[in-house]
Design a protein around this ligand. Structure first.
Ligand code: SAH
Ligand code: ZN
Ligand code: ZN
Ligand code: ZN
Ligand code: ZN
Length: 434
């Protein structure tokens, strides 16, 4: 399956313009092109489908529009803000949150939710940390809401502050956004954040200047022109307040679709300034697993991958355990100068003067490659035949003429998985993603 990208005049599903796809085999297009939902990779979440050359009747178009309207959230962002204003006026004994509907309840609504589970005595502190109140949407294929461990979130925020940024465009990073919001209310200086996320539950807690309902796979602002304008205004650097974009997309997502949206956000930033930005690129942190490195570099040649391992709170594999830490494969990709990204020495990171960047403790500088070559944090070994460093568990197979796992069948020459490059499975079944 290949993505042909966001096509002009694409039909819409409830998640905005659909993306154009085509089935491929050995790199060649095969069969009819079709449109499918940009956000949901699981047909159960959104089953939108249309052939590119399909004639859609007026009645079906009307029905589709009706369907799209009916599948929008029941309250608008504006309505949610009015509700919030009323909610904070309530005494704490009347502040309820429905866990089934994931919604703040006003007393008049209690009746309707009477047989739902709810939390009471919602505090101001809870309202300021919605990512703790809301349950993470863990649906692997669509939302994959994996929240930063406190340590990683704190590290990111301190790094942004040390680098001198005063504004953060938080794309799919509700927890970072939340930490910035609470920081800016405490400290003397201000650092601001605008959250762009598809999770509309957040509109209950943030104003229209703090949150935009946004789809990062098709660059769709659900709030239309007004929301776009909010984002534009946020990107305009008044009083020299520098802005950076930080994105942590679902890992199952299509890199090409994400890259295309991020480029559009970067273009928005560039266009806010008539002469100012010259040919500079908007600073960005793209948080993604290391095995996507070459895919990301295809789209953003100015990016490099940092060794810092980003940890998550609710991810069974990627969290920083109490004993025997499972190493997280998630990294920061950035277009900032690597030497400026200072990694914590107390966690074992050290500065390599040759590479001019911080590397993880196990990452040894290879004299032959003249670089710190490990991608996963373990010490890699140099293969003279392959002329590069490889994973410690690999060995050189003379049949295949390359380094690979000990256990492999030499005759399997089919192209590997799009995600990890290994043979024997497709990207949708890639074990790296689950
Ligand atoms: N580590 C981050 C959360 C990353 S999880 C943090 O702790 O702040 C991925 C985030 O992307 C979730 O918040 C999810 O709601 C959001 N997301 C998923 N699909 C999206 C889409 N199509 N468009 C915009 N945001 C999306
Ligand atoms: Zn080095
Ligand atoms: Zn080497
Ligand atoms: Zn072999
Ligand atoms: Zn794979």
């Amino acid at each position: 399956l290949a993505l042909l990208g966001p096509a002009p005049g694409a039909p819409c599903c409830p998640h905005g313009p659909a993306l154009l796809f085509v089935k491929t085999s050995q790199g060649k297009e095969e069969g009819r092109r079709f449109y499918a939902c940009s956000a949901c990779r699981d047909r159960k979440d959104c089953n939108f489908f249309q052939w590119e050359d399909e004639k859609v009747s007026e009645t079906r178009l009307a029905a589709r529009e009706e369907y799209n309207r009916n599948h929008q959230p029941s309250f608008t962002h504006r309505q949610n803000m009015d509700r919030y204003k009323n909610f904070v006026l309530l005494p704490s004994s009347k502040r309820r949150f429905c866990q089934e509907c994931q919604q703040l309840l006003l007393p008049a609504e209690w009746e309707k939710h009477s047989d739902h589970q709810f939390l009471c005595d919602i505090t101001t502190a809870q309202l300021k940390s919605p990512s703790q109140l809301l349950y993470p949407l863990e649906n692997k294929k669509t939302n994959a809401q994996y929240l930063f461990a406190d340590r990683s979130c704190q590290f990111l925020l301190n790094l942004l502050i040390d680098l001198g940024f005063r504004r953060v465009l938080s794309v799919g990073t509700p927890r970072l956004h939340e930490m910035i919001q609470s920081k800016s209310s405490q400290e003397e200086f201000s650092i601001r954040s605008l959250l762009l996320d598809i999770d509309f539950r957040y509109s209950q807690f943030y104003t229209e200047d703090e949150f935009c309902h946004y789809n990062m796979f098709n660059h769709h602002f659900f709030g239309g022109e007004a929301a776009l304008e909010t984002c534009r205004k946020f990107l305009y650097e008044e009083n020299g307040e520098r802005v950076i974009m930080v994105a942590d997309p679902p890992f199952g997502g299509l890199v090409e679709a994400l890259a295309s949206s991020f480029k559009k956000l970067m273009a928005m930033w560039r266009e806010t300034e008539k002469e100012g930005h010259d040919n500079k690129e908007m600073p960005m942190f793209w948080i993604f697993p290391y095995f996507f490195e070459s895919r990301i570099l295809d789209f953003f040649p100015s990016f490099s991958m940092m060794d810092y391992q980003v940890d998550y709170e609710n991810h069974a594999l990627y969290k920083h355990g109490k004993t025997g830490r499972r190493q997280s494969p998630v990294r920061i990709f950035t277009n900032l100068t690597p030497s400026m990204i200072v990694l914590p020495e107390e966690e074992g990171y050290r500065f390599c003067t040759v590479c001019q960047r911080y590397v993880s403790s196990g990452n040894q500088h290879c004299e032959i490659c003249n670089s710190c070559t490990s991608k996963d944090g373990r010490r890699w070994k140099h293969c003279v035949l392959c002329k590069k460093c490889v994973k410690p568990s690999w060995f050189h197979c003379n049949n295949c003429n390359c380094c690979t796992l000990q256990k492999h069948s030499c005759d399997k020459t089919d192209v590997g998985c799009f995600v990890c490059g290994k043979a024997g499975h497709k990207r949708s079944a890639c074990p790296s993603l689950s």
